[in-house]
Design a protein around this ligand. Structure first.
Ligand SMILES: NC(=O)c1ccc[n+]([C@@H]2O[C@H](COP(=O)([O-])OP(=O)(O)OC[C@H]3O[C@@H](n4cnc5c(N)ncnc54)[C@H](OP(=O)(O)O)[C@@H]3O)[C@@H](O)[C@H]2O)c1
Length: 269
């Protein structure tokens, strides 16, 4: 499939751009095979796509007419109107891939013609650097081939696991929201270092590289995070003193609560 797959993005915001950049970096498609749409007031977003060599339009229907895979990358609250607008142009010849948080496969299928091949993915912003963590859910009419095609797109920009839909809200809270938790941690760690006299630029670079390196070690080693922590936390050492301080502030409980809060927020949406 590679560079021949024609990928359309309905919604040209952060996630659409991150995915498009990732697909291009992976050589999965080429700029001229990408089409993106968004409302006229967001012309600046379409310029980002034009810079990638993509075609742009204000017509969501036109995206479907020109593409094999249609990625629905709009905010959840506009999804019903977008689907109603596209219903006549989406056929069983398309693969429809929604990345909208909290929007079920069935609610998408219900607004399209019967037989439309719908899948739901939950990626994160790290797809832009091909280090994303995505999950994929198959809709009623999506074929094995559709699951392979969309998995291949998502694997080209990180990892992709096929999951049951009831897990998606919790997965969203973990891996789609997760980068934000880690950015808060990186920012706070750098602030701590600045407080102790480290220049801001250096503190920021070290914090970012620390998050990146720790993540890579966790992924590549497959070891339990507690074991990796023990490698750093020598008896009587400074890491142990720091971890004790984190426990005082219920760091783990805060993170568990964050994932729970985001899951419940998604379930209520
Ligand atoms: N950000 C994340 O980390 C993340 C991770 C996983 C999944 N997601 C999901 O990805 C989706 C997109 O999120 P995002 O962060 O990329 O949001 P975003 O940057 O706001 O992008 C959404 C884009 O869709 C446009 N849009 C609004 N109405 C439209 C319409 N009728 N037709 C076509 N385009 C329309 C928006 O324009 P206006 O600004 O003018 O409304 C905006 O440019 C969301 O459903 C979100 O749940 C996000």
């Amino acid at each position: 499939m590679a560079a021949a797959v024609r990928v359309g993005f309905v919604g040209a915001g952060k996630m659409a751009q991150a995915l498009a950049r990732g697909f291009l970096a992976a050589g999965l498609t080429k700029g001229s095979n990408i089409v993106a749409s968004c409302p006229p007031q967001d012309e600046h977003l379409l310029k980002e796509f034009q810079a990638l060599g993509a075609q742009t339009t204000h017509s969501n229907a036109s995206v479907a007419q020109q593409c094999d895979v249609v990625v629905l990358a709009v905010k959840p609250h506009v999804m019903p109107a977008v689907l109603d607008d596209m219903r006549a142009s989406v056929t069983s010849g398309h693969v429809v891939l929604s990345i909208a948080a909290g929007v079920s496969v069935q609610s998408i299928e219900d607004r399209l013609e019967p037989g439309c091949r719908v899948l739901r993915a939950m990626p994160n912003t790290a797809v832009q650097v091909r280090c994303g963590a995505s999950v994929l859910v198959r809709g009623t009419s999506a074929t094995d081939e559709d699951a392979r095609t969309t998995s291949a797109l998502l694997r080209a920009v990180g990892s992709c696991d096929l999951v049951a839909e009831q897990l998606v809200d919790a997965v969203t809270a973990l891996s789609a929201c997760g980068p934000a938790y880690l950015y808060v941690a990186a920012e706070a760690m750098a602030d701590g270092a600045v407080k102790m006299g480290v220049p801001r630029d250096l503190a920021q670079r070290l914090a970012a590289q620390t998050v990146a390196g720790a993540g890579r070690m966790a992924v590549e080693s497959g070891r339990h995070p507690a074991q990796l922590k023990e490698d750093v936390m020598t008896p009587g050492g400074c890491t142990a003193a720091a971890i004790h301080r984190l426990e005082d502030f219920r760091f783990r409980a805060a993170l568990m609560g964050a994932v729970e809060a985001a899951t419940l927020h998604n379930r209520r949406a």
